[in-house]
Design a protein around this ligand. Structure first.
Ligand SMILES: O=c1[nH]cnc2c1ncn2[C@H]1C[C@H](O)[C@@H](CO)O1
Ligand SMILES: [Zn+2]
Length: 379
């Protein structure tokens, strides 16, 4: 596919939402890393409190810039190196509670009404916490953040996804942990980390265990590595969703006359309504896409894949859900109807029970967009 084929030169439409409307619109976030979303000022505080001495900057403003620039590396491996500093200050119970509470607060203030936040418990054991203590601290933080959000007039519901690192060998143990804390704040499982060289099938035992337990999982696949990774994640591992999955574009052919042919895998992904947790800004930094206008989300939305919009790592990308939508509105001329479509797609794909998803869609998301869409009548 040439990069020019799917550029939308008209960009913003007359009825595209303003940044203020985007901010107020109810948004649903399925792919966001807890250790990729800390406030820079909190990192500085926690480093001081916990004796972490490796920070590249101690001024919060400069530190924020440092993360964005260091993550802007063009390679997933180098992008991931920046996490040593956030994980480095997230080793105590208090630190985890604080980071999780602020995460929920920040998302709620941005208009996110439902979020699934992931992190790898195995990365937070350096100061002696157990896996269980890590999960309980993060859950406590999320509950505290939900309460604070409500007190300031925002409503958000946050579920945790437990991630296992794909280069390590603890996936089954983490899957069992996710199962133990199911209905206690944890809604599913994930694997993350460098993709090339670490296929998801390395962790087949964990996925087979979760399937036997009727539990849910997503797999980072099709980000830095292409179709074989997506194929394995779906057909060997049985993933419910794809973390990124953006490289499914490699199985879609667009001819000069505009006609589109889906390969077998792309057809499967669309036919089975496999949710794609797309993260535009993150993809630009790791080299998986070259610009917002050229990001495959434009074509995937047109072809009605079950596409969702996500932040991945708000700190490393200097982003938020509102900012991701602002970029997409600018690049593709999206309207509130498009935003609603992405948000409903995400809510349908969440790992909480069906009746709760439906209530979020009918009682929160649709009324929220209806209010925004009717505003022109009273302008
Ligand atoms: O986009 C990503 N791809 C693969 N791994 C990632 C991505 N963003 C964050 N991670 C890793 C680094 C974190 O330490 C870990 C758990 O959140 O997940
Ligand atoms: Zn990710």
């Amino acid at each position: 596919m040439t990069s020019e084929t799917h550029r939308n030169p008209t960009a913003r439409a007359a009825n595209s939402p303003t940044p203020e409307q985007i901010h107020r619109a109810p948004k649903v976030l399925l792919h966001d890393h807890l250790d990729g979303g800390l406030r820079p000022a909190t990192i500085v505080d926690l480093a001081r409190e916990t004796g972490y001495t490796q920070l590249p900057e101690t001024d919060p403003g400069k530190l924020g810039v440092w993360f964005r620039e260091a993550a802007d590396s063009g390679s997933l491996e180098r992008y991931l190196e920046t996490f040593s500093h956030t994980v480095g200050v997230m080793q105590t119970r208090d630190a985890l509670v604080r980071v999780a509470a602020e995460c929920a607060e920040d998302l709620a203030a941005d208009g996110v009404v439902y979020a699934e936040i992931r992190y790898a418990p195995e990365q937070h054991l350096e100061a002696g916490l157990t896996l269980e203590e890590v999960v309980e601290a993060v859950n406590e933080g999320f509950r505290e953040g939900e309460r604070r959000a409500q007190a300031s007039g925002h409503r958000i519901r946050v579920g945790a996804l437990l991630t296992a690192m794909r280069h390590a060998a603890r996936a089954l143990e983490i899957a069992e942990l996710a199962n133990r804390y199911r209905d206690l704040g944890v809604v599913g499982f994930d694997i993350a980390g460098a993709e090339a060289g670490y296929p998801p099938t390395r962790h087949l035992d964990a996925f087979e265990y979760l399937k036997r337990e009727n539990n849910h999982f997503t797999i980072h696949a099709g980000e830095a590595f292409g179709l074989p990774s997506i194929w394995q994640a779906l057909q060997w591992c049985g993933a419910d969703r794809l973390g990124h999955g953006v490289r499914i574009i490699d199985d879609i052919e667009v001819k000069d006359d505009g006609s589109v042919t889906l390969g077998r895998l792309a057809a499967y992904v669309r036919d089975k309504r496999v949710p794609l947790e797309l993260c535009p800004s993150s993809n630009l930094q790791t080299g998986a896409a070259s610009s917002y206008a050229d990001h495959p989300i434009g074509l995937l939305r047109k072809l009605q894949f079950r596409a969702t919009v996500n932040t991945d790592n708000r700190l490393m990308s200097g982003t938020s859900m509102s900012r991701e939508f602002e970029h997409l509105v600018d690049a593709f001329g999206y309207t509130l109807d498009d935003m609603q479509w992405f948000s409903v797609n995400a809510m349908k794909s969440a790992f909480i029970p069906f009746d709760e998803r439906l209530a979020m869609i009918n009682d929160v998301i649709k009324p929220g967009y209806a209010t925004l869409k009717s505003e022109w009548l009273f302008r």
